[in-house]
Design a protein around this ligand. Structure first.
Ligand code: BG6
Length: 475
């Protein structure tokens, strides 16, 4: 039996990546161009550029990435050596439907994921699959305006039908859209949308979100028909927001910020739009086009679990922000938290916030939770003997696991598993950098694309291996 003071025996320890950030081979095996393939390299202080198509002479980090496409056997062997129980990756939509609107899938792409999943299963590693992780077909952007267009729902559902049918005996855990709540912050990487002059940004983004909600709900229903054992989740970026002070005005500001994110999980978990957001749309004259039957579709496609990413917490204030107290790298905004330290990219590190987040989500929804991303992006140094001493990463993960354990053993949260982000170094989504590393495994490659791509085990590799071996008892 299970000891209530420990993680359950079947707890899914593992690691997470996304196809576009690790596979490379961007035009191999019949793959089409994805939106990630038109993103140039940036930095903390330099935005990535999203070009109109692939332009010769520009550097696109996803094109080679860490060449996981050709090296997955070697990499999965390393995951197995760490004792992974599961491995979260995504399917590149463009390997299956190069342009997104074909009727028939690309067999070579399907075969690649057959091989990849078989390789995982060979070691008893359960694949956890994100269906769309910031990598929709670029042709859908050009031809249809991406998720602005309701036609995308059918294309997405057709894609799901193909992969659900093909992998029904290999994959059980699915997530429909990575960080679906990011759409208004990053409309392009999340929904292929570039806001045009004169457009109402929020209206465009929430319309796209409505289409993704429909697509997700239809996928959930279809998936359960294809295999009733499927566990299909949503995936949200969980931004824990604190009020700056106990001034009720700050508390209200924090709540308002959270509401914008809870909106997404509310719809996907409960199956209907929360009244508060409906009022928000009315008050702000945001018109979402809905069709008859949409409400029924949402109700029929409630997710089985919540997958979420957790990297940091934020602070909301009712005061006007002057600019000097905002955290530099925080793509989510907010002011600095004097009790916390930030990563080199300005993300405020908050292990206790993970316990709070798990409680917030579980109290609100009462469905199983899955931490599918967490980790520290940091610069690593390779010593002359090839070793990498990433104590800072171990420290970050250890503290988060301690709090996660409290949420499970003291607070009784139903947690399925834990997959730290970028278990092998990969391309950063926000900056396109290589030097922002998360991995237990180092990959020899730099920001400009130079390097041998050779893999090295970091100190954290051995540490995490022991964490898994002891089921989280030795941290
Ligand atoms: C999440 C994404 O936002 O955070 C990942 O789902 C991403 O794709 C991760 O890589 C870490 O962010 P970054 O910008 O450091 O790569």
């Amino acid at each position: 039996g299970n000891n209530i003071n420990q993680f359950s025996k079947g707890f899914l320890w593992g690691g997470a990546v996304a196809a576009n950030q690790c596979e490379g081979a961007w035009n191999v095996g019949g793959k089409g161009i994805s939106i990630a393939d038109v993103a140039t390299a940036g930095a903390l202080d330099k935005h990535r550029e999203y070009t109109d198509g692939v332009i010769e002479g520009k550097y696109y980090p996803s094109h080679e990435a860490i060449d996981f496409y050709h090296r997955y056997k070697e990499d999965i062997a390393l995951f197995a050596e760490m004792g992974f129980k599961c491995f979260r990756t995504s399917i590149a939509w463009t390997r299956i439907f190069p342009n997104g609107d074909e009727i028939e899938p690309n067999e070579e792409g399907l075969k690649f994921y057959d091989n990849l999943f078989d390789e995982c299963l060979k070691y008893g590693i359960e694949p956890v699959v994100t269906i769309s992780h910031y990598e929709m077909p670029y042709a859908l952007v050009e031809k249809y305006g991406a998720w602005r267009n309701r036609k995308l729902v059918d294309f997405y559902v057709n894609y799901c039908k193909v992969i659900f049918t093909r992998y029904k005996d290999k994959v059980k855990y699915w997530m429909t859209f990575n960080e679906i709540n990011v759409v208004s912050l990053h409309p392009f990487i999340s929904a292929g949308i570039k806001i045009k002059d004169g457009e109402k940004r929020e209206e465009v983004c929430y319309q796209a979100a409505h289409h993704q909600f429909l697509a997700s709900a239809k996928a959930v229903k279809l998936g359960h028909e294809i295999n009733p054992d499927f566990k299909i989740g949503c995936m949200i970026l969980y931004p824990l927001v604190y009020p700056e002070t106990c001034n009720p005005k700050d508390v209200q500001a924090a709540n308002e910020m959270m509401d914008k994110h809870y909106f997404f999980s509310d719809v996907q978990v409960r199956g209907y739009y929360p009244s508060k957001m409906k009022r928000y749309f009315e008050i702000n004259n945001i018109n979402i086009h809905m069709e008859e039957g949409d409400e029924e579709i949402l109700r029929a496609g409630k997710v089985d679990f919540i997958g979420f990413s957790y990297y940091m917490s934020l602070v909301a204030t009712s005061k006007t922000i002057k600019g000097d107290n905002t955290t530099s790298g925080n793509m989510l905004g907010g002011v600095e938290n004097p009790y916390l330290k930030a990563s080199d990219w300005g993300w405020q590190i908050d292990p206790e916030g993970l316990r709070i987040s798990l409680n917030n989500l579980y109290d609100r929804y009462q469905v199983p939770l899955f931490i599918v991303e967490n980790g520290l992006g940091a610069v690593d140094k390779v010593e002359e003997d090839g070793s990498i001493c990433d104590d800072y990463r171990i420290d970050y993960l250890r503290k988060h696991i301690i709090e996660m354990k409290k949420a499970v053993t003291i607070d009784g949260v139903d947690l399925v598993g834990y997959t730290p982000w970028g278990c092998i170094d990969l391309i950063s989504a926000s900056t396109g950098e290589m030097k922002k590393r998360y991995g237990f495994i180092y990959v020899d490659k730099d920001n400009e694309g130079n390097g041998t791509l050779k893999r090295y085990k970091k100190k954290s590799f051995y540490w995490y291996k022991n964490v898994i071996a002891t089921n989280g008892e030795e941290l």
